[in-house]
Write a protein that binds this ligand. Sequence first.
Ligand SMILES: O=CC(=O)O
Length: 338
Amino acid sequence: MTSSKPKILVTRRLPETIEARMATLFETDVNEADATLTAEDILLGLAGKDVLVSTITDRIDADLVARLPKSVRLIAQFGNGVDNIDLDAAWNAGLTVTNTPSVLTEDTADMAMALMLALPRRLVEGTQLLLQNRAWAGWSPTSMLGHRLRGKALGIIGMGRIGTAVAQRARAFGLNIHYFSRQQRPLAIETPLGATYWDDLDAMLSAVDIVSLHTPLTRDTANILSAERLSRMKKGSTVVNVSRPELIDEPALIAAIETGHLAGAALDVFDNRQGINPRLLALAEDCRVVLTGHMASATLEARLEMGETVIVNIRTFMDGHQPPHRILPDKLTARGAK
Ligand SMILES: O=CC(=O)O
């Protein structure tokens, strides 16, 4: 007898409790190897399946969408960003795409704050010094002087859920909040944050001390911090990125730090297609750059809630309802995996 449970392919290992729950609810096939699958492997794994549970490391481009088995009707992404999926192709093929927003907002905002603090307060350098010396020379009035965060101007690019959560934290740290977004946020949000809206990104960039990126990667936002825009930033200012590497012209960012125009950058995401740029690594060794490997939403709590959200999306879809986190056509400006 064949099972009436939905048949799903999960492209990466998920937390144990999520995999266990999925195994009770669905006929689940998990990529035990936990390495990114090729398009051919995804297609092989999807034979006879109803749902593809993808992650942000899967490239689901138009070609893959066109070759998906007809039985697959839902792509339930384990992740907030969907820039790895060609949304136009999926939409045109009648596929539903869902994601896992909201549950990682606070953790991602915490990480942005941690990175924002790490640079001026020399956190990485301070630890490295002790580890290198295996000893501490003791307190001195002039050692390890950093810079105060309070009173600086923070420019947030993208004031959605995560950008707003960053603004709330930054406000508590005494930063003056500025933001550039597709739309001005209501006064009920702006006023408690004392936030200033800029409809001209170039103008905001020349007015702030720290720029933090919180916009999804779309056709409109790719390279939003272009070489030209980086050159408009204030001398001695810094960049924080917990979103996607493609938002920044990375070679231009590196050059701007090397020449001293920018004081540094704290990056949770960077171009890793050919490995980490050695010049970026050199700047990290010099403690002008702080690098972490896409960890902003990496808390156990977020991963569990992301898994639960995927399950809810699959169940509601398979029960014939609109899944709560469906990506609707207004998001089709997303660049997709092109
Ligand atoms: O970057 C992480 C995500 O988009 O979920």
